[in-house]
Design a protein. Sequence first.
Length: 81
Amino acid sequence: EVSSPGLDRPLVTPAHYRRFVGETVKLTLSQPLDGRRKFKGRLIEATDDHAVIEAEGVGGRPEQFTLAYADIERARLVPKF
């Protein structure tokens, strides 16, 4: 039996991240960044070694975070309804 990745598709390779630039993603880091491990935001950029997301930062203002793929434990596309 073959199954599709589904609506909340996991992002694993840099090509996955590049394909979904502009979409909303949820990320969990292996180590905290600025005191947090979980991020939800819009994927702004994807290179061969890192992704940039715009997520809620200090004071609830949007902020850009540059995250190395090596530091990302899990990443998923957030489905649109």
